[in-house]
Design a protein around this ligand. Structure first.
Ligand code: SF4
Length: 69
């Protein structure tokens, strides 16, 4: 039996790849958002319950800039 995953979800965005398209923001708007200059701001550590949406955000990023661990 495997123990439930209780570890936090860690997000890293490679800013050299991110083009500020904002697709990630639609998947997890509490984790990713664009500031008034169109630059991505994100929360580096989230509750495990947000993993699914954060992984979806990584999947839809056209630049594959998001790493989730
Ligand atoms: S979807 Fe990807 S390229 Fe677009 S803002 Fe998010 S991290 Fe950046």
């Amino acid at each position: 039996m495997t123990a439930p995953d209780t570890t936090a979800v860690t997000v890293y965005v490679d800013r050299s790849k991110c083009q500020g398209y904002g697709q990630c923001c639609f998947e997890a708007d509490d984790v990713f958002h664009l500031d008034e200059d169109g630059k991505l701001v994100y929360v580096a550590e989230s509750d495990v319950g947000r993993r699914k949406d954060i992984e979806n955000a990584a999947d839809v990023c056209p630049m594959q800039a998001i790493t989730v661990s």
